[in-house]
Ligand binder design. Structure first.
Ligand code: 2HG
Ligand code: ZN
Length: 462
C-alpha cells in the first residue's frame, strides 16, 4: 500500500465519520489478533461502517486506491481469516446490528451482519421460533462472520450448517457493487444462488452486510445425557445408532478423558463420573413433547456404554454441556493452540482419532494433542498445544493424515490463512482454477481478504 496513513484516515473518515476510523495501536490491537493469539497482525486503521452504502463506498475507494481490506465480525474465527496479517485495513461490521421483526408465518428474519448469534437466537425465541445454528462463541460471533465461514456448530446433524439457513443475502462485492436479495421466497430458481456462493467464501468475494435467515420451530422439551465409553469405536457406533434410531436427536458431541480432566481442573468442576472413561458422547434430544423415554430406550439398546448421566432439568443439562463447551477455553489456558478442524468419513473416524496423537508427536515431540468435536458430523477438532505458533509441521502432518483418510482439512472453521497452503489436499487443480475465476470476477483487484483461502503470493493487489 503506497497511500500515506493520514490520507487513508481522511478518506475513510469522509465515508464513515472520523469517530468510526480507529488508528491508535492500543485501541485497534484487539482487531489485529485472532481469538487464539496465534495470528497477530498489524493495520493502519479499523473502519466501522454503519450501513451497506458506507461499506460499498469503502470498497469502491479501496479499489481505486489499491488498499486491501480484511473483513471482520466478532473476531471469533479460528483460522486467522479475519485479522490483518499483511497490513490490510480492517473493516469491522459490528455496527450493523439491525434485526427485523420475525415473519411468524414464513419463520424467517432479516439480520444485519453485526448481530450476534445470541441476539439472533433471542429474537427468534421471542416470536416462538429458534435459529438452527448454535455454538459456544454465540455471544460474540456474528451473523456476517458465521455466514462468511459457513459455521457449523452443535446442531448440524439436525438442522444443517449455516448455508442451510441462508435464504437471502445482501453484500458488497469486491467490485463495489451491492447485491441484495432479501425477499425470502422459499422457492426461487432464478439463476445462480449467490447466497450459497457467498456463504463459506470467507470474505474473499464480498462483504456480507445482512441476511435473510430461515428459522426452525422452537422445541420446548429437551433432554441431555452424557454417555461414557471405554472404547472410541464403540462410542462412534453408538452415535450412528442414535442418528438412525432417535429422530429427536439434536446433538451428539464427542470428547475424551484428557479434555474432561482439563476442563474440570481449569474451571473447578466435579468429574462427571466417579471413574474417568476413555470417551464421552454428549447426547441431546429435543421435541415438542418430552423425548426422555425415547432417549432412554435408544440408550438402552446401545453397546459399550459404561456409565451414563441424564439431565432432567435445565441446570443439570447446562452442567453436562459445560464439559463439552468449555474445551476451547480450557485449552487456551494451556498455550496458544494450533487448531485443525477436520472431517472424516464415519468409517475412518476411530482410526483417525487413534492415529493423530502419534502423528503430532512425530511432527513436534512433546506437543500435546486435544481432541473433541461433533461426532454426528464426523468432525474432530484437533487442538495442539506446546508448539510454537509458526511451527506448521503439525498442521502439515494432521491435515495430510485427514486428507489421506478421505477427509476434509476444514469441516467448519474455513481455510482462512491457517490452511491456505494445503487447499490442494482437498481441491483439484480444476476446482482451484474455478475458485480463482470466481474470485477474479467478483473481486477483480483482489481488495477483499487477499491472504485468505488462496496462498498469498497469488493475490497481489494490482
Ligand atoms: C467447537 O466445536 C468450536 O467448540 C471450536 O468449533 C473448536 O476450539 C476449537 O477447536
Ligand atoms: Zn466445532
Amino acid at each position: 500500500m503506497t497511500i500515506a496513513p493520514s490520507e487513508l484516515q481522511t478518506e475513510l473518515a469522509a465515508i464513515v465519520g472520523a469517530e468510526h476510523v480507529l488508528v491508535e495501536p492500543d485501541v485497534i490491537a484487539g482487531f489485529c489478533t485472532d481469538w487464539t493469539g496465534r495470528f497477530v497482525g498489524h493495520s493502519p486503521a479499523v473502519v466501522r461502517p454503519g450501513s451497506t452504502a458506507q461499506v460499498a463506498a469503502i470498497v469502491a475507494w479501496c479499489r481505486r486506491a489499491g488498499v486491501a481490506l480484511v473483513v471482520q465480525g466478532g473476531n471469533t474465527g479460528l483460522s486467522g481469516g479475519a485479522v490483518p496479517l499483511r497490513d490490510e485495513v480492517v473493516c469491522s461490521l459490528r455496527r450493523l446490528t439491525t434485526i427485523g421483526e420475525v415473519d411468524r408465518t414464513s419463520g424467517q428474519v432479516t439480520a444485519g451482519a453485526g448481530v450476534t448469534i445470541a441476539d439472533l437466537q433471542g429474537r427468534a425465541a421471542s416470536a416462538g421460533w429458534a435459529y438452527g445454528v448454535d455454538f459456544a462463541s454465540r455471544d460474540s460471533a456474528t451473523v456476517g462472520g458465521s455466514i462468511a465461514t459457513n459455521a457449523g456448530g452443535l446442531r448440524v446433524l439436525r438442522y444443517g450448517d449455516t448455508r442451510a439457513q441462508v435464504v437471502g443475502i445482501e453484500a458488497v462485492l469486491g467490485t463495489g457493487d451491492v447485491v441484495s436479495h432479501l425477499s425470502g421466497l422459499t422457492k426461487d430458481n432464478t439463476g445462480y444462488h449467490l447466497p450459497s456462493l457467498l456463504c463459506g467464501s470467507e470474505g474473499t468475494l464480498g462483504v456480507i452486510t445482512a441476511a435473510r435467515l430461515r428459522l426452525v420451530p422452537e422445541e420446548s422439551e429437551r433432554v441431555v445425557a452424557l454417555l461414557a465409553f471405554d472404547d472410541v469405536a464403540a462410542a462412534l457406533v453408538a452415535v450412528g445408532s442414535l442418528r438412525s434410531g432417535l429422530p429427536s436427536l439434536s446433538a451428539a458431541e464427542l470428547f475424551f478423558d484428557e479434555g474432561v480432566a482439563l476442563v474440570c481442573r481449569v474451571f473447578g468442576l466435579r468429574a462427571p463420573f466417579s471413574e474417568p472413561h476413555r470417551a464421552y458422547v454428549l447426547v441431546e434430544a429435543t421435541g415438542a413433547s418430552d423425548p426422555s423415554d425415547a432417549l432412554s430406550s435408544a440408550v438402552d439398546s446401545l453397546r459399550g456404554v459404561t456409565d451414563a448421566a441424564v439431565a432432567t432439568d435445565a441446570v443439570r443439562a447446562a452442567q453436562l454441556w459445560r464439559y463439552r463447551e468449555a474445551h476451547t477455553e480450557a485449552i487456551a489456558t494451556v498455550g496458544t493452540p494450533h487448531k485443525l478442524d477436520v472431517t472424516l468419513p464415519p468409517g475412518a473416524l476411530a482410526d483417525f482419532v487413534a492415529a493423530v496423537p502419534a502423528v503430532v508427536e512425530g511432527a513436534c515431540p512433546g506437543a500435546q494433542t486435544w481432541l473433541f468435536g461433533h461426532a454426528g458430523d464426523g468432525n474432530v477438532h484437533v487442538n495442539v498445544t506446546g508448539a510454537s505458533a509458526e511451527d506448521d509441521r503439525i498442521d502439515e502432518s494432521v491435515l495430510r493424515l485427514a486428507a489421506g483418510m478421505g477427509g476434509s482439512i476444514s469441516a467448519e472453521h474455513g481455510i482462512g490463512v491457517a490452511k491456505a497452503r494445503w487447499l490442494s489436499l482437498c481441491r483439484s487443480p480444476a476446482e482451484i482454477a474455478a475458485f480463482r475465476s470466481i474470485k477474479r470476477a467478483l473481486d477483480p483487484d483482489g481488495v477483499l481478504n487477499p491472504s485468505v483461502l488462496f496462498p498469498p503470493e497469488d493475490e497481489a493487489i494490482s
